[in-house]
Design a protein around this ligand. Structure first.
Ligand code: NIG
Ligand code: FE
Length: 414
């Protein structure tokens, strides 16, 4: 078979080959590097990987040859936790935050998530689309080829559907692939402040079945936190979601240690995210049940809060992934390379562990490890050429964009 495209002269090709679906403990360091490599692509997928220029038999009349100029190539990066689609911005809360007003206090006074709910309701589909596209373009420029996106700024059916519809169209039109999550349980709407049960009934009886029927979301997520949804409420919502055929995610133990990690293990969530306050027992249970610990260090950075104890999680055998949490309140940045740098600087992960956490383990966090997350024959031809000589340089030289070229499904898109 002849290739559509061959990328040759790759100085260091990080393949992430050789583990079936995720990496834990020491395996996180074994990223598999081939020097002086090439990648051959056919119909958007990896056709072959090899060394030097021994690809003559893959070359036909129409095969394009691109030169990686001896640089570093990795699998396309995966951002497995974002709140991509929303209206407005919240810089008006910045000085309050800088003066130490807690995130949850701002929310409970009608600001925070609830203020973005208002802006998202007011925004037209076109406005939401334009804003999200700009962010998605930025993510792609940073080397991100797949993004998970959550609703959760409607808290009623029409606006939740509006967010997810915008995401669906964006997914069709944009090179980046999107994975969709319903997060109707992101906050309790003001009018249900004293009657959570009434809102949860609407969520479970009306919104979740409708969104499932419309095929708008694959995952269901809950913000389980003191002052938002309790453990019991989260368990009820996620259990119902599971029965409806959703895969599960949970914002767990971000601020208070409520037992979100334990709940994620009990319900078989695909990932539990944040986990700055997770208990050792919870992490152990997650590791035993293959629930991904999805860590969001740029949120800790932006909120000036504690970082999750990632070293301990890796030692305990947890499947660790890293993602941006891009959203207008706790992490207004699309920069996954910054997240990776924080992974080294604040989570004390090695550069290899970090790369694992934003490729194969991130793919597992969105249940896509069979098709993306590593450069292997048959997987999607998603890869990034970095203007860097090695992986250490990517994490060491911080605060800039190292991307030189991005290939999505075998096409040069940046
Ligand atoms: O993951 N923690 C809850 N939700 C988001 C923040 C959303 C917002 O503040 O708008 C998060 O950090
Ligand atoms: Fe989040």
């Amino acid at each position: 078979m002849k290739a559509d495209l061959i990328l040759k002269n790759i100085g260091k090709l990080v393949t992430m080959q050789g583990s079936s679906s995720f990496r834990i403990k020491e395996e996180m360091n074994k990223i598999n590097i081939i020097e002086n490599a090439y990648i051959a692509v056919k119909n958007g997928k990896i056709l072959a990987i090899g060394v030097g220029e021994h690809f003559g038999n893959l070359c036909g009349e129409d095969t394009k040859i691109h030169d990686a100029e001896g640089l570093l190539v990795t699998p396309g990066l995966i951002d497995s936790h974002t709140h991509l689609i929303h209206g407005g911005s919240r810089e008006n809360e910045f000085s309050m935050k800088l003066n130490g007003v807690p995130y949850i206090e701002i929310l409970n006074n009608g600001g925070g998530i609830l203020s973005t709910v208002k802006s998202t309701k007011e925004a037209s589909e076109e406005e939401l689309y334009k804003k999200a596209k700009k962010s998605l373009d930025r993510m792609l420029e940073f080397g991100v080829t797949t993004v998970e996106e959550k609703s959760g700024y409607g808290l009623e059916l029409n606006t939740e559907v509006k967010q997810l519809e915008v995401a669906r169209v964006l997914d069709q039109n944009h090179p980046v692939d999107l994975v969709h999550t319903f997060l109707g349980a992101h906050a309790v709407p003001v009018e249900y402040k004293d009657n959570h049960k009434a809102y949860i009934d609407i969520l479970v009886d009306v919104m979740m079945p409708k969104i499932k029927d419309m095929g708008l979301a694959e995952f269901c997520d809950v913000f389980c936190e003191e002052g938002v949804f309790t453990i019991e409420e989260s368990e009820y919502i996620l259990q119902k979601a599971k029965e409806m055929g959703y895969k599960l995610k949970i914002h767990a133990d971000e601020i208070e240690s409520l037992g979100g990690a334990e709940l994620a293990a009990k319900l078989g969530c695909v990932s539990a995210d944040h986990l700055m306050a997770a208990s050792d027992e919870g992490i152990k249970m997650m590791a035993q049940n293959n629930v991904v610990a999805n860590i969001l260090p740029a949120t800790s950075f932006n909120l000036n809060k504690d970082y999750a104890d990632c070293r301990k999680m890796i030692d305990m055998g947890a499947i660790v992934s890293l993602s941006s949490d891009y959203n207008p309140g706790s992490c207004p940045s699309e920069n996954l390379q910054l997240v990776m740098q924080l992974g080294c600087l604040h989570l004390k992960m090695t550069p290899n562990e970090v790369l694992t956490a934003v490729t194969i383990n991130a793919a597992y966090a969105i249940d896509r490890a069979d098709i993306i997350g590593s450069i292997e024959v048959g997987k999607k031809a998603d890869f990034v050429v970095f203007d860097a000589p090695n992986i250490e340089y990517l994490m060491y030289h911080f605060g800039i964009n190292h991307t030189k070229k991005v290939y999505k499904s075998g096409k040069l898109v940046v």
